[in-house]
Design a protein around this ligand. Structure first.
Ligand code: NAP
Length: 270
């Protein structure tokens, strides 16, 4: 799997597994545990080593399932991202949320900890003070944000004692909001990772240009859409799939080689 450089040192797989809808939706659904755990183990067998979850997902049960699955492996072989919800980003709340996530994940550190959404009421300086404390305490390795526009992202960079590692945003072939608002260009200039979420949504797979390019290469539309993302500097992505064949398909996007002309065609879609 192609690696991308993390600001502040280390590397990360360009394709990880998104764990929204694992363990339930907004609330836990314990009845699916066996299937969800099997899906995580399938992903690991395919080669996935980078996982994306959040305290919000199934109210912590997505984190719990990942923790249970990773118990059987060497922790240092994996890269775990989780996120603190905006309702928990006051200083003390954030420290407590991190401890809960560590407990759910059955680990003593989080590789990348993100502020899931900005808050309209809590000053970012307070949240970033807590994030800096967590890095100094060794509980998190890298600090990041999610759904941050350019002015907020620049403020986060200023307030972070360590190089801000990532902004996780909605980005795909047909959704270019964060390209249009300057976030992606800024991240690329600063070496900050852009984690593209929902890489396959917005009817990307049905688009005729995506389909035509896929046919040319004898690959799938999903593979074209994912490769288009990860061939961009600093861009990584976290497609979610509970299905072994689709996990395998998405993993295989890494080896698709798009021509400059095809990339140009895809660039023009939005
Ligand atoms: N930071 C944020 O605010 C935020 C917001 C949204 C998402 N995220 C993260 O980003 C991850 C991915 O985003 P997402 O879940 O919204 O969307 P996505 O990964 O683009 O799409 C997931 C959907 O596509 C299906 N799928 C997966 N691979 C496929 C393939 N090869 N062909 C056809 N269908 C396929 C999945 O179904 P099956 O499971 O049945 O394959 C699922 O229904 C999430 O899991 C989460 O970790 C973060």
């Amino acid at each position: 799997m192609q690696q991308k450089q993390l600001p502040g040192g280390g590397t990360i797989d360009a394709i990880g597994l998104g764990l929204w809808d694992f363990g339930g939706g907004d609330s836990p659904d314990y009845g699916r545990d066996d299937a969800d755990l099997a899906a995580i183990h399938n992903a690991i067998a395919i080669g996935y080593r980078h996982f994306d979850t959040a305290e919000y997902y199934a109210s912590g049960h997505s984190e719990e399932l990942l923790g249970r699955a990773l118990r059987d492996y060497q922790r240092s072989d994996f890269f775990v991202t989780t996120k603190v919800s905006p309702s928990h980003i006051r200083y003390d709340d954030l420290l407590a949320a991190c401890d809960r996530s560590l407990q759910h994940l059955q680990t003593d550190y989080i590789d990348l900890y993100l502020i899931h959404w900005p808050s309209e009421t809590i000053p970012l300086s307070e949240s970033m003070r807590a994030m800096n404390h967590l890095v100094a305490a060794g509980k998190i390795r890298h600090v990041g944000v999610s759904n941050f526009d350019l002015p907020l992202l620049q403020e986060a960079v200023r307030l972070c004692d360590t190089p801000l590692a990532a902004n996780q945003v909605h980005y795909n072939v047909l959704h270019r909001e964060y390209m249009q608002n300057g976030v992606i260009t800024y991240c690329q200039a600063q070496g900050i990772l852009v984690t593209a979420y929902s890489p396959l949504l917005d009817n990307v797979l049905a688009h005729k240009t995506v389909q035509a390019i896929a046919q040319q290469h004898n690959v799938t539309g999903a593979q074209v859409a994912l490769q288009w993302l990860i061939q961009q500097p600093q861009v990584i992505t976290i497609p979610k799939s509970s299905n072994r064949l689709r996990q395998q398909e998405n993993w295989g996007a890494d080896t698709v080689v798009l021509s400059a002309e095809e990339i140009d065609q895809l660039n023009q879609l939005a």
